[in-house]
Structure formats: structure tokens, C-alpha cells
Design a protein around this ligand. Structure first.
Ligand code: HEM
Length: 496
């Protein structure tokens, strides 16, 4: 038997009845255990993630299967067979913490590698591209994915208004509206780092890189109708599926592959290689195998290990770097800021986020400091007492400021705005005939929900984008929506 105690360890007996003035009387203020129970309960909720609030995670192992040391000196890639512990959190994007797992949405694919050089977070999605290419647009975009300020309901009108006014979204919209927008849980989908990152080798030479996690289970999706049904039958389908598979010893696996581009190739590439709305051709930049990621351990406590987990693209380790991708640059700032708000300034000391290797710095105090706070050691640098020194071996090469920054102060160049070529290729070459017809029917199903006086304008503006990517796609969506081509020209969209 173990004794029941208060939070401060005081054993007590009356867990279910409060001290009162007589058996029927009013309660006594002195029953501090009642206060403790109710007060703690009142504070159980913390802010949910502003995006990706609904998610599931598991621990696992990353094992190197191929040698990429010519590209990266990162210790986790150090030798074939090397293993690193990981935490992988999957999520939907727009829904609240209690929303259904099978909503049409991209899926988050966030991996924390607990490496001996610190924690590396690769925070990606199940899609290689994204809706926007400038971080300033992110809050506006996300508002359209959440609830309407008046109706407090999700709104297809907001969604398609934003998409149609931001044609850079088209590539990702086609992914989203295909059956990849409703994956069968989390095990049967690929993951992507999505952004361009850098790898840095021992000679401090850099290459640009895209990370791909290929599902060993293969790809499996729900159709729109199946996903809708599952929202009612089991809103937590993906959580249950992942948890049960791991409990049963049926460990899901992904193969990590990379695409590599030299700075010279990047300068000459036909698309801006740092534009998150585009992909790199796999014919020109083939996938190179790196290792295998296996999920093999369920967290014991959801709140402690999943809700309190904090992933941030800012956390990169020696041998891996960022790139000039504007979206990635914006994310470097956003995540730790969100986590200080959501979890408090000392969130990196929470066990799930704590680096299991050496952590030495002069950050002290702050709300909920839960470690020894550096004990008696100096809290300033430089000092004459401790022996903590910056290690020059970890200096980041100058190339990481990315030399081709001739136009130092600039914004998105008009010439970079080809929003249609790659979506057209995706539609024509990647999707099967069956995928295409389901894509068209999913688009029409969603666009039919556009409401209000600007309905026709929004629909026509978006149809133009489909037409510009691929004429037959525009025709198919128009037919599916039952729109007469003559009607469309009457409502040609205002130019954006
Ligand atoms: C500039 C654009 C973006 C901004 C400002 C942004 C911001 C955020 C913020 C504030 C969070 C919540 C973090 C937390 O509370 O722990 C988050 C979560 C997340 N974001 Fe983004 N995001 C952006 C773009 C992206 C992109 C392009 C991807 C994927 C390629 C992505 C993937 C994720 C994932 C997977 C999570 C959940 C991480 C977890 O499981 O805890 N985000 N984002």
C-alpha cells in the first residue's frame, strides 16, 4: 500500500468528504485539502498550441543506414548503425485540441532527435510544400482555417477567399484537396522537412538539403466520405491507431532520405530553391537514403510528454543549418516565443524537452525553474571560476549567411511568382486518373459551401487559378460545380 498525501506529501485520510460544522453543516474554511484539490483542478488547462493543437506522439529510434558524412558532420549521422532516440509528434493543423483526427488538413510531422550535440527538431508536415511563402501572411492564413469571428463556425468562404487571393497556395491546395488531405491515421503517410536546410561537413562546406521521411507502411488515405464517417465514429482514430500499433509491437517505420543541391546548382536552378511553395525535381535531385526511424515506445503520460513537448525549427545542431527560405526564417522566431507563452520560460527543463546530454549556460531563475538552477556556480560570463568555454570546433561557417545576398534589402520579387507550373505538373504527372477525379470532387464539395454575396467572385477567381495550372483541371472543377462557362466570364475576378 502507498499512503495518500497532499501535494506537499502530508498523509491524509478524508479524500472525499470535507470538514463541516456538524454532519449536515456548512463547510469549514480550515479544510485546506479541499482548497488544494479545487484550486489545482481550476488550473489544469494550459493554452493549446495556436496551430497543430490536436496531436499524438511516440518515442523511437533513428538508425543510420547510409554514410552521408561527406555532406554533414552532425554527430547523429556519424557512422552506419549509430542510433539516436527520437520523439515524433503528428498533428492536424487547424482544429482545436478536441477536434477530429480525420479532418481534411495537412498533418504535422515533428521530430525531436535527442543528439549528443543537443536536441535537433525537424518540424515538418506530410506535404513537401506550403500555402504561403512569406511568414507575414501566416496569421492571416491561419485565421481563415479557424473559426469565423461572427458565426464561430469554420468557413469555406474565408478559406477559398484567401486561397483565391493568394495563388501561391495552389500547389498545397491540390495536395490538401487530394486524398492526401485525409490520411488513414499517421502511420501511412510520408513526412517532409519541407523547407530547404543546409548540411555542413568537416571541411565546413555546405550543401542545401530537403528531408523526406518515406513511410515503410506505404501510403493509405481515407476518401472524403470515409473520413467524414470516421469523424463521427471515432474522432480520435489516429491517436488510437498509433497507440495500439505500438502497444502491439507493430512498430511503424519511415526511411529518411535527402535531396542535395550545391550552392552553384541552387544559384542556377529554374525555381527559387528556397521557395516553400515549390519542390525540387526528384529526377534532377534524386533521393539519397540516410537512415530508418522506428517508433517503438508510447509516452506514459499524454500531458507531460506530448502536450508539454516543444518543437522548434530554430533548434539545429552542428552539421545542420538553416537556409534563406523566408518561411523558415520566420519560424525560427515564432516557435520558442509560442512555447515561452504556452509552457513558461523554463520549458526546456521539462523532461520531454530536456537535452539528455550536457547543458551549460548562464540562464538562471524564471518561473517554474525545476532543476538545480546552476547551484553555486557563477551566473555570468566570462568569469574566473568555472571552466565553461565556447568550443571553437562548433563555430558556424561564414557561408551560412548565404553569400548570394546582393539585394540585401528587398522583398518578394515578381519574377519568383510562378504559381502554376508545379501545380500543373503535380496534377498531370503525380496523380492517377482516380486521384484526379477524387481531387475534383473534393474541391467541388468544399467550394459548394462558399456563401454570401461574393460567392461567384471567389469561385471564379479560384477557377482561374485551376485553369492556369492545367486547363483540364479548371474544366473538371467547373463542370463538377455545374457552372456554365458563359457565367464564368461574366464574373471574371478583379486582378490581384
Ligand atoms: C511562418 C510560418 C509559420 C509560423 C509562424 C508557424 C508557427 C507555429 C507555431 C507558433 C506553432 C505552435 C508551437 C508550440 O506552441 O509549440 C506551430 C506548430 C507547428 N508547426 Fe508551424 N508555423 C509556420 C509554418 C509551418 C510550416 C511551413 C510547417 C511545416 C512544414 C509547420 C509545421 C508545424 C508543426 C508540425 C507544428 C506542431 C509541432 C508540434 O507537434 O508540437 N509550420 N507553428
Amino acid at each position: 500500500m502507498e499512503k495518500l498525501t497532499t501535494a506537499s506529501g502530508i498523509p491524509y485520510v478524508n479524500h472525499e468528504d470535507t470538514q463541516s460544522a456538524g454532519a449536515r453543516g456548512p463547510l469549514l474554511l480550515q479544510d485546506f485539502i479541499l482548497h488544494e484539490k479545487l484550486a489545482h483542478f481550476n488550473r489544469e488547462r494550459i493554452p493549446e498550441r495556436i496551430v497543430h493543437a490536436k496531436g499524438s506522439a511516440a518515442y523511437g529510434t533513428f538508425t543510420v543506414t547510409s554514410d552521408i558524412t561527406s555532406y554533414s558532420k552532425a554527430k547523429l549521422f556519424g557512422e552506419i548503425g549509430k542510433q539516436t532516440r527520437v520523439l515524433l509528434r503528428f498533428s492536424t493543423v487547424g482544429g482545436e485540441k478536441g477536434s477530429a483526427d480525420t479532418e481534411r488538413d495537412p498533418r504535422g510531422f515533428a521530430v525531436k532527435f535527442y543528439t549528443e550535440d543537443g536536441n535537433w527538431d525537424l518540424v515538418g508536415n506530410n506535404t513537401p510544400v506550403f500555402f504561403i511563402k512569406d511568414p507575414k501572411k501566416f496569421p492571416d492564413f491561419i485565421h481563415t482555417q479557424k473559426r469565423d469571428p461572427f458565426t464561430n463556425c469554420k468557413s469555406a468562404t474565408m478559406v477559398w477567399d484567401f486561397f483565391s487571393l493568394n495563388p501561391e497556395s495552389l500547389h498545397q491546395v491540390l495536395f490538401l484537396m487530394s486524398d492526401r488531405g485525409t490520411p488513414y491515421g499517421f502511420r501511412y503517410m510520408h513526412g517532409f522537412g519541407s523547407h530547404t536546410y543546409t548540411l555542413i561537413n568537416k571541411e565546413n562546406e555546405i550543401v542545401y538539403v530537403k528531408f523526406h521521411f518515406k513511410s515503410v507502411q506505404g501510403i493509405r488515405n481515407f476518401t472524403s466520405a470515409e473520413a467524414k464517417l470516421m469523424r463521427g465514429e471515432d474522432p480520435d482514430f489516429a491517436q488510437r491507431d498509433l497507440l495500439n500499433a505500438i502497444e502491439d509491437g507493430n512498430f511503424p517505420k519511415w526511411t529518411l532520405k535527402i535531396q542535395v543541391m550545391t550552392p552553384e546548382q541552387a544559384a542556377a536552378y529554374s525555381f527559387n530553391p528556397f521557395d516553400l511553395t515549390t519542390v525540387w525535381s526528384q529526377n534532377e535531385y534524386p533521393l539519397i537514403e540516410v537512415g530508418e526511424l522506428e517508433l517503438n515506445q508510447n509516452p506514459d503520460n499524454y500531458f507531460s510528454e506530448v502536450e508539454q513537448a516543444a518543437f522548434a525549427p530554430s533548434r539545429i545542431v552542428d552539421g545542420i543549418g538553416h537556409s534563406p527560405d523566408k518561411m523558415l526564417q520566420g519560424r525560427i522566431l515564432a516557435y520558442p516565443d509560442a512555447q515561452r507563452y504556452r509552457l513558461g520560460v523554463n520549458f526546456e527543463q521539462l523532461p520531454v524537452n530536456r537535452c539528455p546530454f550536457i547543458v551549460n549556460n548562464y540562464q538562471r531563475d524564471g518561473l517554474m525553474r525545476v532543476d538545480d538552477n546552476g547551484k553555486r556556480s557563477p551566473n555570468y560570463f566570462p568569469n574566473s571560476f568555472d571552466n565553461i568555454k565556447p568550443d571553437a570546433a562548433y563555430a558556424r561557417p561564414a557561408e551560412q549567411v548565404h553569400q548570394p545576398v546582393a539585394d540585401w534589402f528587398d522583398r518578394n520579387a515578381e519574377g519568383e511568382n510562378d504559381h502554376y507550373t508545379q501545380p500543373g505538373i503535380f496534377y498531370r504527372n503525380v496523380l492517377s486518373q482516380e486521384d484526379k477525379s477524387r481531387l475534383v470532387s473534393n474541391i467541388a464539395e468544399s467550394m459548394r459551401q462558399i456563401e454570401g454575396p461574393l460567392k461567384e467572385e471567389i469561385i471564379n477567381r479560384q477557377l482561374c487559378h485551376f485553369f492556369r495550372a492545367e486547363f483540364s483541371l479548371g474544366m473538371a472543377v467547373m463542370n463538377e460545380l455545374g457552372i456554365d462557362p458563359g457565367d464564368m466570364t461574366r464574373h471574371m475576378p478583379s486582378k490581384k
